[in-house]
Design a protein around this ligand. Structure first.
Ligand SMILES: Nc1ncnc2c1ncn2[C@@H]1O[C@H](COP(=O)(O)OP(=O)(O)OP(=O)(O)O)[C@@H](O)[C@H]1O
Ligand SMILES: [Mg+2]
Length: 248
């Protein structure tokens, strides 16, 4: 399987010259579930935004992003979406005045085979109860995240980046969300999943560990999880208090 997404030596500095990404290299193969683990502040969301062109992160300071054989560096969000790349955010969407049904229909506009009601059911929401609801604060955060997942299922993009979509959703079990991801994969969507749940990384085909603005390891999920637990969570840069406590 070839790479659907190739990130080469990606660097990102803020306007204040703070270096957030320090040369990220990452390959996501077509058809895989690829999980990124890493502590708070490692740069995961920044990387996700730069790949999708979202959140005002259109252009890296250096490096390349190749998606499906095309260099998408600097392309606006809507153009990347048209190429089949989509992102679900850590903070789920609110759209005042739009119903769940309208939102899902909009998501499915380029996928004539989409079954909106089936997509809702797959994320555990009963269509009868939710289709006419508005996509605003009257829905709980977890419900909005589930709807966001349903919208991606309706859209069926080539690549979906899911930035902590699992946090805040009380899935019955890791298997429930894992199976959802596997269904998406079977329907032709490659997944790049950012999570803090090590258990979720176990369902991945491959995992990467991000630390301090770079990817420090990619490969077998179990090995990556072990490195995360052994080296990353007790790293002085990210958890100085814990490390101080351990030394005492
Ligand atoms: N515009 C900005 N100005 C200053 N610092 C920024 C800016 N954007 C991001 N950062 C910093 O960059 C670092 C990486 O942030 P990012 O949101 O990518 O981390 P993350 O790995 O997604 O963390 P989390 O697990 O908490 O979601 C953080 O220290 C953050 O404060
Ligand atoms: Mg983040």
């Amino acid at each position: 399987m070839g790479a659907l997404l190739e990130v080469r030596n990606l660097k990102y500095k803020t306007e204040e010259d703070k270096e957030i990404l320090k040369g990220v290299n990452l390959d996501v193969k077509k058809g895989e579930i690829h999980v990124i683990l890493g502590p708070n502040g490692a740069g995961k969301s920044t990387l996700a935004n730069l790949i999708a062109g979202s959140g005002g992160y259109e252009k890296p300071s250096e490096g390349e992003i190749i998606f499906d054989g095309k260099n998408i560096n600097g392309k606006p969000l809507h153009e990347r979406a048209r190429l089949g790349l989509t992102i679900a955010f850590q903070e789920p969407a609110r759209f005042e005045g739009i119903t769940v049904e309208e939102y899902l229909k909009l998501s499915a506009r380029n996928n004539p085979s989409a079954d909106i009601e089936a997509c809702l059911r797959k994320v555990g929401l009963e269509p009868k109860e939710y289709l006419k609801r508005f996509l605003d604060d009257s829905l709980s955060g977890g419900e909005r995240k589930r709807i966001e997942l349903a919208s991606i299922m309706c859209m069926k993009p080539k690549l979906a980046i899911l930035d902590e979509i699992d946090s805040g959703i009380d899935f019955v079990s890791i298997d429930e969300i894992g199976n959802l991801f596997k269904t998406m994969r079977e329907e032709g969507t490659t997944l790049l999943v950012i999570t803090h749940r090590e258990n979720l990384a176990l369902i991945a085909d491959r995992a990467s560990l991000m630390c301090n603005g770079t990817i420090v390891e990619t490969g077998d999920p179990e090995r990556v999880i072990r490195k995360f637990e052994k080296e990353c969570l007790i790293c002085e840069v990210h958890n100085p208090e814990l490390v101080k406590g351990l030394k005492q």
